[in-house]
Ligand binder design. Structure first.
Ligand SMILES: [Zn+2]
Length: 150
């Protein structure tokens, strides 16, 4: 364990950013953060109309996480997975006495991003997003088929 030089909260040795105050912990992370801030500043300067799409929603869910904010596509994918996952789970719950609800529920759970992170423990690295999307598709198809047939 090491501790953040700025706020003294204890951190993982591998941590690139402080979880408490967001201070970068490595040279690379500091550079990445500088780049990110610069890019945001340019975007704000260019975007005088103020659509505010990426800046508005970014801060609300996970707090300050520049590493993830770096990739808009990653963000979009994550958000899509949550929407799809929770939507499927809710749909499954409404069908719950029926057999098809269970694979549907599993599919919804499988596509949630934290589940993908959990697969990193036994496998060494997280399953590919495509694999989770595949699992989702398989479970959902089975669920829908059961709901239609039974
Ligand atoms: Zn800190």
């Amino acid at each position: 364990m090491k501790s953040c030089p700025r706020c003294e909260s204890s951190l993982d040795d591998e941590a690139r950013y402080c979880v408490e105050c967001g201070a970068p912990q490595t040279e690379a992370a500091a550079e990445e953060l500088d780049e990110y801030v610069q890019r945001q500043a340019q975007q704000v300067a260019a975007d005088t109309g103020g659509a505010g799409d990426s800046t508005g929603g970014g801060g609300s869910d996970d707090g300050f996480s520049p590493a993830e904010a770096l990739s808009d596509r990653e963000q979009l994918w994550r958000r899509g997975c949550y929407v799809l996952g929770y939507g499927t789970i809710v749909a499954a719950i409404t069908q719950i006495p029926r057999v098809g609800a269970f694979p549907l529920f599993l599919g919804g759970v499988a596509i949630l991003p934290p589940i993908r992170r959990l697969t990193a423990e036994p496998l060494g690295s997280p399953l590919k997003r495509e694999a989770m999307a595949g699992l989702y598709a398989i479970f959902t198809l089975i669920g829908v088929a059961l709901l239609l047939l039974l």
